[in-house]
Design a protein around this ligand. Sequence first.
Ligand code: FPP
Length: 250
Amino acid sequence: MSTPRFVTIPDHVAIIMDGNGRWAKKRGLPRAMGHRKGIDAVREAVRTAADVGVKYLTLFAFSSENWRRPEAEVSDLLGLLKAFIRRDLAELHEDNVRVRIIGDRANLRPDILKLLEEAEHTTRGNTALTLVIAFNYGARDEIARAAASLARDVEAGRLRAQDITPSLIEARLDTAGIPDPDLIIRTSGEERLSNFLLWQAAYSEFIFLPQYWPDFSRETFYTALETYAARDRRFGGLSAAKAAPAAVVV
Ligand code: FPP
């Protein structure tokens, strides 16, 4: 293992794990093999995040649009997610990792829902890394569900429309209680957000990597963290170096 070369560790890293299919195609393998190798990269990402002190790692495992893929591929992806939770939950729990799921839980297959809820329940007291799995997740859907929940409160007279603030909206998102991602990484050379964490990404840094997801390694993660550490985050203000003193005393 090489020595990390960064000084600022982001609290929250979110990853769009893209390129499993192209990884497989390049090798003349079925797409399913790409997803299978993708699970090894998931394990590597989780271990690396925990080792360097990232507090939240969000992985885009299955989008609300992924149901449009051929039935066999959907079933393969669901099977892999189930196998990952079944096989790795004990180890994650032992490593003090907390699992949280974001995405729409309505109408999920009962076996999947049960497994996801079991992972959350088993690890709810853990305090090291929080692994956030985005499953059946779409950001516009998440925001619409939050809006509907606030609208129900207005209708019932529990809330006045004029009292709705960004923090009230945030508290109804699936990510309530989770800080916004400092860094969003997407693999495979595509440079778009694809309906991932649209609200939460307001001030995130973006890193687009050329590697396909199955090739994402500890070293790839280190390189991204190094790039992140060199960024100047201003949140709409001025950087510390450029900011003028608040008052000049003569
Ligand atoms: C994108 O590759 C990847 C996905 C749609 C799914 C990612 C899922 C996993 C790695 C497995 C389950 C995850 C967890 C957290 C256990 P693609 O198929 O879109 O690749 P392509 O763009 O090259 O076709």
